[in-house]
Ligand binder design. Structure first.
Ligand code: NDP
Ligand code: HSE
Length: 436
């Protein structure tokens, strides 16, 4: 059989890694796919740039549309990134009847509904395993391996850069900016690294995970995101004294009222496996009604781990080239006409436990006032401790762990406590999940 010809758009971290893996493992890949897969064309912005891959035998261009419009190319690998011009490239590739493999989570989270509709109309596949959790085959696991389950919730460390920063800060006391610069040099970070540290990238990935877990449309605009820039060493240490780790989690949970979609720093018990996922590693916990809790772990970013997912998608596409489109695994796990409009909850409707740190005057009656306000908002206290004053201050840090409560009640309680004359400054609030 004739080899399948592939065109690669983007030869950076992921594109370079993909070229390397496809070339190095060509024989093994052909045995799996049933056909030889060769990259005949690739595009990049600057053709004189040094590359991590050998481009010998690949015709290069600066114009991705040269490749998209080449009738010889059957599969386009979109490894440029961003959701602007790249959307036109992907739609044009689909229009031209080409299958597309992408690592681009922002593209899928923001424009996936339109892209998949167009792909179905044209009978082509758009595969996106690499878009979530780098090298972990989490899309395949949820979409296929867990397809007999009702997914109840999932929670994941789904940004490698953020986890790398938190780990280096905690273990080595390193500076935030310094670790971020290293993550950029290692090729982990997004073109705009605020996407990593403000939870936007994790929000894109959570959008995708929630869609394939619950059979809902992709709706990034409904994801609540809070970044890691406000996490202090003090909170990391207090959390550890209480037996918790702070991780930046993406959480999707189906409740009777609707679906929670949230990305935020989270205290999790240190005995949980996921609490011990460090550096650029990612992990996703998925709870199905039949299987129970399952955990998926691996490198969340980087050239070859991500290429591993891209190449797996390419092999899947090649295997499916001769199948009828209606017999393929649906893009978003559920049949397109069975996608349900389940409401997504606002942050005020979230139900979770909390870690609160406040500074209060060290005198009788102050704690009683604070606990009275919490009780008035139906918030039960799990633990409370008073710490030694920091830097000769007259106020003392009070740490409170609460039981699960409605976020709306917590917002109101925090506002009232902050208004007390005996409490100074803002309350630092971090959500807490036991993930049991
Ligand atoms: P890079 O910045 O390393 O690579 C982007 C590539 O696209 C570069 O080769 C660049 O060319 C090329 N490019 C940019 N604009 C154009 C254009 N207009 N025409 C042609 N080529 C262009 O990004 P990454 O490889 O890190 O990321 C690629 C995608 O993969 C993104 O969507 C990202 O979110 C996703 N991803 C990244 C992971 C990672 O670990 N880095 C992991 C998982 C997903 P040039 O080199 O000449 O500048
Ligand atoms: N910037 C992303 C991360 C790349 O650090 O997780 C992988 O999606």
């Amino acid at each position: 059989m004739k080899p399948v010809k592939v065109g690669v758009l983007g030869l950076g971290t992921v594109g370079g890694g993909t070229v390397n893996v496809l070339k190095r493992n060509a024989a093994e890949i052909a045995r799996r796919a049933g056909r030889e897969i060769i990259i005949t064309r690739a595009s990049a912005k600057d053709l004189n740039k040094a590359r991590i891959c050998d481009t010998q035998g690949i015709a290069l261009t600066t114009d991705p549309f040269d490749i998209i419009n080449d009738p010889e190319i059957e599969i386009i690998l979109e490894l440029i990134g961003g959701a602007g011009q790249v959307k036109d490239m992907v739609l044009k590739a689909i229009e031209n009847g080409k299958h597309v493999v992408t690592a681009n989570k922002s593209l899928i989270a923001l424009h996936g509904n339109e892209i998949f509709a167009k792909a179905s109309e044209k009978g082509v596949i758009v595969a996106f395993e690499a878009a979530v959790a780098g090298g972990i085959p989490i899309i395949k696991a949820i979409r296929e391996g867990l397809s007999g389950n009702q997914i109840e919730w999932l929670a994941g460390i789904i940004n490698g850069t953020g986890n790398f920063i938190l780990t280096e800060m905690r273990d080595k006391g390193r500076d935030f900016a310094d670790v971020l610069a290293e993550a950029q040099a290692l090729g982990y970070a997004e073109a705009d690294p605020t996407f990593d540290v403000e939870g936007i990238d994790a929000g894109h990935k959570l959008t995708i995970l929630a869609s394939i877990a619950f059979g809902i449309p992709l709706q990034f605009d409904k994801v609540f995101t809070e970044g890691i820039t406000q996490i202090t060493r003090t909170d990391v240490e207090y959390a550890e004294q209480l037996g918790y780790r702070i991780k930046h989690l993406g959480i999707a949970r189906k409740t009777a009222a609707g679906i929670e979609l949230r990305v935020h720093p989270t205290l999790i018990p240190e005995r949980r496996l996921i609490a011990n996922v460090n550096g650029v590693m990612n992990a996703v916990l998925v709870k199905g009604d039949a299987v129970g809790a399952t955990l998926y772990y691996g490198a969340g970013a980087g050239a070859e781990p991500t290429a591993s997912s891209v190449v797996a998608d390419v092999i899947d596409v090649v295997r499916a080239l001769t199948s009828d489109p209606e017999n393929r695994v649906p893009h978003l796990a559920f049949q397109a006409d069975a996608i349900a409009d389940i409401p997504v909850l606002s942050s005020e409707q979230f139900k979770t436990a909390y870690y609160l740190r406040l500074n209060a005057e060290d005198k009788p009656g102050v704690l009683a006032e604070v606990t009275r306000i919490l009780a008035a908002h139906h918030i039960s206290i799990e633990a409370i401790s008073q710490k030694a004053p920091l830097n000769n201050e007259t106020s003392v840090p009070i740490i409170i762990l609460t039981q699960i409560t409605l976020e709306q009640e917590m917002n109101a309680a925090i506002a009232e406590i902050e208004a007390l004359a005996t409490v100074s400054g803002k309350i630092n609030r971090i959500r807490l999940e036991t993930l049991g």
